[in-house]
Design a binder for this molecule. Structure first.
Ligand code: NDP
Length: 267
C-alpha cells in the first residue's frame, strides 16, 4: 500500500500541494498518496490524531490551523519554535513532530534573485506568515529588518518576540529599502495595499508571498509600475513543499522543473 500524506486546511480546494507532492514523488520514484483534507475547525485536533493513528505518515497544515498544529505537536523543531506555528507534521514512534518550512522556503526562492546580507529590508505585514519567516530572514545577517503593519500593535508584538527588528505602521515607511517583502494577505484577498508613494521610488527588489493562478498579484503589478524587479510567492510555495518532502522522505527534489510546470502548464 502506498504511504499516505495530506494537507489539512479550511478552505483547501485552492491548494496546489497535492500537485506539487505528486510531481516530487514522480521525480524521486516514491509510491505515495497525497490528499486535500478540508477540516472542520471544531475537530482539527481529532482529525490529525485520526490521520496518524490510521497509518498516515505526514501532514502539511495551512490556514487557519498552523498555530493549533504547533500546540498539538509533541516535539518541535527550532524553526517551528521561532515561528510559533507549524506547517509540517510527521509521526515518529507515536509522537507528533512539528516543523515550519515557510522561512527556509522563502530564503531558497528569494536567494535566486537577491542576497540579503547587509541589506535594508522592509517586511510588510505582521500575521502568521510574517512571523514564520522573520527568524530565517535574520539568519542572513541583513543590515536592518523593519516590520510595518496596518495595525502597529501587531508589529510591536512581533518586536517583542524578535527584539532585533524595528516596528512601524505602514504610513511611517519611507524610501531607502533594498528589499521589500509583502507578507500581507492583501493580494490574496484582492484588497488594495496602501503604501507611501515614496517607498518604491528607489526601486527596491520586491517580493510578494502571495501568488495568483492568473496574472500578476496587485503588489507585483504596483512594484513593476515603479520599475522595480518583483516576483510572487509561487517559488516559495514550491520550496517550502520541497523542504517538507525532505523531512518526510530524506531526499531533496529538484524544484525548478516543478516551478516551471506550475507556471506554464497548470495555470
Ligand atoms: P494573516 O491573516 O495571518 O495576516 C494578514 C496580514 O495582512 C496582517 O498583517 C494584516 O494586517 C495584513 N493585511 C490584510 N489586508 C491588508 C490590507 N488591505 N492592507 C494592509 N494590510 C493588510 O495571513 P498570513 O500571514 O498567514 O498570510 C499572508 C499572505 O502570505 C497570504 O497572502 C498567504 O497566501 C501568503 N503565504 C504564502 C506562502 C507561500 O508559500 N508562498 C506561505 C504562507 C503564506 P492587520 O494586522 O492590520 O489586519
Amino acid at each position: 500500500m502506498p504511504n499516505r500524506y495530506a494537507v489539512m486546511g479550511n478552505p483547501i480546494a485552492h491548494s496546489l500541494s497535492p500537485e506539487i507532492h505528486r510531481l516530487f514523488a514522480k521525480q524521486t520514484r516514491r509510491n505515495l498518496t497525497y490528499d486535500k483534507l478540508q477540516v472542520d475547525p471544531l475537530s482539527f485536533e481529532q482529525e490529525v490524531q485520526a490521520f496518524f493513528h490510521k497509518g498516515g505518515l505526514g501532514l502539511n497544515i495551512t490556514l487557519p490551523f498552523k498555530e493549533r498544529a504547533f500546540a498539538i505537536s509533541d516535539d518541535l523543531s527550532a524553526r517551528a519554535r521561532l515561528a510559533g506555528a507549524v506547517n509540517t507534521l510527521s509521526f515518529h514512534g507515536g509522537r507528533i513532530c512539528g516543523d515550519n518550512t515557510d522561512g527556509i522556503g522563502l530564503l531558497r526562492d528569494l536567494g535566486r534573485f537577491v542576497s540579503l546580507s547587509g541589506k535594508d529590508i522592509a517586511l510588510i505585514g505582521a500575521g502568521g506568515a510574517a512571523r514564520g519567516v522573520i527568524g530565517s530572514l535574520l539568519t542572513q545577517t541583513p543590515k536592518r529588518i523593519v516590520v510595518a503593519n496596518r495595525s502597529i500593535a501587531k508589529a510591536r508584538a512581533l518586536q517583542i518576540a524578535f527584539p532585533e527588528i524595528e516596528a512601524l505602521s505602514l504610513d511611517m515607511l519611507r524610501e531607502g529599502y533594498d528589499v521589500i517583502i509583502n507578507a500581507t494577505s492583501s493580494s490574496t484577498l484582492g484588497e488594495v495595499l496602501v503604501l507611501p508613494a515614496s517607498l518604491l521610488k528607489t526601486k527596491p527588489f520586491c517580493y510578494d508571498l502571495a501568488y495568483l493562478q492568473t496574472g500578476e498579484t496587485a503588489f507585483v503589478a504596483l512594484a513593476h509600475s515603479f520599475g522595480c524587479d518583483a516576483v510572487d510567492g509561487l517559488g516559495m510555495l514550491v520550496e517550502q513543499a520541497a523542504e517538507a518532502f525532505f523531512i518526510w522522505h530524506g531526499v531533496r527534489p529538484e524544484t525548478p522543473l516543478v516551478r516551471e510546470y506550475l507556471r506554464r502548464d497548470l495555470f
